[in-house]
Design a protein around this ligand. Structure first.
Ligand code: NAP
Ligand code: MG
Length: 457
């Protein structure tokens, strides 16, 4: 028998090797896709109530193993334990939310002469889901839960750096009674496993979350077969603070809008825009807030920020803060092993500087002043991205006007929260195509079929 190729998986807080996981070959991926295609007809034929029951059982098992899954995310992704527990709960909630949909995925009945006209939401077939390393289990769930609920079979590739939680969730699905070929988690390289999802004709949809660069290649590759694609890509979101905001609150919360998950969040509010008349006050309040961010051991319940994912990502983030960078102030980070980077505030910065225009995906934020509402909107929209953003103002009319004017998919007012499993999530512009979560996601995993039945014959 051929030996299975394996690769090591690390703890980013210590650099230690945690375990080794299989790295699938092209032949192994093709075999998995073949099994998923074979399993599709029976899975789509499972009665809606039975599919719902299997998904509810799956959600219950995720709940029963929530602490174990959270600990995998702490040790393999460096997430702080509080966040990791929320993420395990999010996987459970997303499965439970879509478990309610098999019996409710309604079509339409459209008035016509000479018969009736009805629509069906048909599943697509095999769906390929490609997951990044920054929120390994949550983002996996946003893909597989609605895909399975809509009647598709799923092949899912976790990021090479962070496969452990998704592999465990795949085992829990089988334990819940979901047939093993209906939901397969395949660890391996993006260029091998992920790219095969794009090129294999039996995979009818690719759901990709990751960098804009790779996403563009996925979209181009899918065009070859007019393959459906959902893309959740990068961001450079603005946190817009007006002088009429509660400045103390806005400054206290700003670090958590960007440094959460060590800034490795596509929704990170990595540009803070502050109305000039409040700028000095805001910066004076921001400094102690940034210095107060607790960085360290992700297992310690008091820790608010952990390490970066890998030595090479640490190097990439560091390149945005060279020795002559305009550092206004920084927080603390542990020394020693692990990929540590202290929360860093850059100001004043040129509007054309790399740190202002490019996604950093680390704990680095720029602060830019603006004169009035129109300029705030113009700066916020001066980006190829449009994923997220926040507006701080006590003037409800202004807050709503600015929320409507910013070209982003997810905005929050006097808050930095972006994600609720029952509301849509996704990007404008080069931040992506399509929506996950909420009521829209089922539509992304099915096609509409129209059937006319004559009553005249
Ligand atoms: P990435 O390099 O684009 O990788 C994402 C996933 O794609 C990984 O599983 C990767 O596999 C796979 N992949 C890489 N090359 C591929 C190829 N040629 N064909 C098919 N699959 C391929 O991104 P990342 O470095 O993991 O994550 C960071 C980026 O993701 C950031 O830019 C961030 O903004 C974005 N992101 C966006 C969202 C969102 O919801 N909008 C969420 C999270 C992250 P390997 O692990 O083997 O490389
Ligand atoms: Mg990458």
């Amino acid at each position: 028998m051929k030996a299975i190729a394996t690769v090591p998986v690390h703890n980013p807080a210590t650099g230690a090797v945690l375990t080794h996981v299989p790295s699938a070959s092209l032949e192994e991926v093709d075999a998995a896709i073949g099994r998923a295609a074979t399993a599709f007809p029976a899975w789509r034929a499972v009665a809606p109530g039975d599919r719902a029951r299997l998904l509810r059982r799956f959600a219950d098992l995720v709940d029963a193993h929530a602490e174990e899954l959270a600990l995998l995310e702490v040790t393999n992704a460096g997430h702080v334990i509080g966040n990791a527990r929320w993420e395990a709960g999010n996987v459970r909630d997303v499965i439970e939310y879509y478990a309610a949909s098999p019996e409710r995925h309604f079509g339409l009945q459209i008035p016509v002469a000479g018969g009736i006209d009805v629509t069906f939401h048909e599943p697509l077939g095999v769906v390929g889901i490609i997951v990044p390393w920054n929120f390994p289990m949550a983002i996996a769930g946003w893909g597989f839960a609605p895909a399975l609920a809509a009647g598709n079979t799923v092949v899912l590739k976790p990021a090479e750096l962070t496969p452990l939680s998704a592999l465990r969730i795949g085992e829990l699905a089988v334990e819940a009674g979901i047939p093993p070929d209906v939901f397969q988690v395949i660890s391996g390289k993006g260029s091998v496993v992920g790219w095969r999802f794009v090129t294999h004709p039996a995979v009818r949809k690719v759901c990709f979350t990751g960098s804009t660069e790779v996403g563009k290649g996925i979209m181009a590759g899918c065009a070859e077969q007019v393959k459906r694609v959902t893309l959740e890509l990068g961001g450079k979101s603005a946190n817009v603070v007006f002088a009429d905001a509660d400045i103390e609150l806005a400054a206290a919360r700003a670090p958590y809008g960007v440094f959460d998950n060590a800034g490795q969040d596509c929704c990170a509010r990595s540009r803070i825009l502050v109305e000039r008349s409040a700028y000095d006050q805001f910066m004076a309040l921001l400094e102690p807030a940034v210095r107060g961010v607790v960085v360290g051991d992700p297992l310690d319940e008091r820790t608010e920020m952990g390490p970066l994912i890998s030595p090479s990502h640490l190097e990439e983030v560091s390149s945005f803060v060279p020795d002559d960078a305009p550092v206004a102030f920084r927080g603390e980070a542990p020394a020693g092993p692990g990929n540590w980077f202290a929360p860093t505030v850059l100001a004043p910065v040129e509007r054309s500087a790399r740190a202002v225009t490019e996604e950093i995906f680390g704990p680095v934020v720029v602060v830019v002043p603006f004169e009035d509402e129109a300029e705030a909107v113009a700066i916020a929209n001066d980006s190829i991205y449009g994923l997220s953003g926040s507006i701080w103002s006590q003037n409800v009319g202004r807050a709503l006007r600015v929320a409507r004017a910013i070209d982003s998919g997810n905005l929050s007012v006097n808050s930095h929260s972006s994600v609720r499993y029952w509301s849509p999530f996704g990007g404008f512009k080069q931040s992506g195509i399509g929506r996950e979560l909420g009521p829209d996601a089922l539509g992304a995993f099915s096609d509409v079929k129209n059937v006319f039945i004559s009553t005249e014959e």
